[in-house]
Design a protein around this ligand. Structure first.
Ligand SMILES: [Fe+2]
Ligand SMILES: [Fe+2]
Length: 356
């Protein structure tokens, strides 16, 4: 086996791209740290995978003979533990979803800066993710993809344009084992709350990506969406799922999920801004919300943003006490019943995206 200068075995990397200058440049950048092999189409790459084992494969999607998705499918059977990073300039929604379902760990959109790619490879090589957390990430990613395919988040042509940015955000967020652990706790408590939590994060990410919000903010708001209702795991399950009208005492118990969520997230070491979303996503701009009855000035923008996504998600989901609304019905109801209560700049963005 090839040895690094320090004497330890070098990890093996396979770079697959029909554009030779990309494989050459990446090889030059990475060959000091890794044992690098290259292939210029899927068939060549698959032959290498049959005869050798690799720690990571970086592959283009559009290639002659055998494309990156088919290569990934074949590679999975050959080397199930190999990390795979996909890259493409023309990724379709179906491509992205296929790649993710086949266990691709990262998606790079072309054109890219060659140094950024080499950084991502170094990062992925050093992660040493445990197979247990990797499989939980797969569970969450599959659930996210299922929601994207089955829900109406707007015109699919528009969703396709922003999906790579959103997918990248989901992977960046799910790299944090605390996030996956938290989502698994919600899933074990109640699958409907888990799906709603993912839905709110997806809606938030779509609006942010649509508006070309910077990556750090997109990730923070999406994370807030995923975990906004985590406090519900400390509320009586039967009250949460009661189909009859709630008593005042029961509703007071449900309101506590905002306090619980804030505490859980701080205890887990999440940033105050994330915990703040769990605390304030039911506050209303006119002071009629809970738990504190803050007005507009006491509610941070991220919480106002998630409040809109939360209401839209709740209205477009089936609940024990009412049928699910269509996106248009939900938007109309928001305009009718939530005047002066929620941030209509966010509603406007949501409407723009959904109605085109
Ligand atoms: Fe909530
Ligand atoms: Fe919620």
């Amino acid at each position: 086996m090839t040895q690094s200068p320090a004497g330890s075995a070098k990890k093996k990397l396979l770079i697959v791209d029909d554009e030779k200058y990309i494989t050459q440049l990446l090889t030059e950048l990475l060959e000091n740290d890794y044992s690098v092999e290259t292939a210029n189409d899927g068939i060549q790459a698959f032959n290498k995978l049959k005869n050798d084992s690799f720690d990571l494969m970086l592959t283009d999607i559009s290639m002659p003979n055998l494309d990156g998705i088919e290569l990934l499918r074949l590679a999975r059977a050959q080397l199930p533990d190999m990390s795979v990073i996909m890259m493409s300039g023309l990724a379709t929604t179906e491509n992205v979803i296929d790649a993710l379902n086949l266990g691709a760990r990262h998606f790079i959109r072309k054109p890219f800066k060659i140094n950024d790619v080499s950084e991502i490879i170094k990062q992925k090589m050093s992660e040493g993710q445990s197979s247990e957390s990797a499989s939980e990430i797969d569970v969450v990613m599959t659930d996210i993809n299922y929601l994207i395919l089955s829900n109406n988040y707007g015109k699919m042509t528009d969703v396709k344009k922003i999906l790579p940015a959103c997918t990248q955000a989901y992977y960046d967020i799910l790299k944090d084992a605390r996030v996956v652990k938290s989502l698994m706790k919600i899933k074990q408590f109640d699958d409907a709350i888990y799906r709603h939590s993912l839905d709110v994060g997806i809606i938030a990410s779509i609006i942010c990506a649509f508006k070309h919000v910077k990556t750090a903010l997109l990730n923070a708001i999406t994370l807030g969406g995923f975990l906004h209702d985590i406090g519900k795991i400390n509320v009586d399950y039967n009250i949460l799922n009661k189909s009859e009208k709630l008593t005042t005492e029961e509703f007071d118990q449900i309101k506590l999920h905002t306090f619980f969520g804030h505490n859980i997230l701080l205890e887990e070491g999440f940033a105050e801004e994330v915990a703040e979303i769990a605390f304030k996503h039911h506050e209303k701009l006119d002071g009629s919300g809970y738990p504190r009855g803050y007005t507009e000035y006491g509610i941070d923008t991220a919480s106002q943003f998630i409040a809109v996504c939360d209401i839209y998600s709740a209205l477009t989901e089936k609940r024990p006490y009412r049928k699910k609304l269509t996106p248009q019905e939900a938007l109309e109801l928001m305009h009718k019943d939530f005047v002066a209560k929620i941030n209509f700049d966010v509603v406007k963005l949501l409407r723009l995206f959904i109605e085109g």
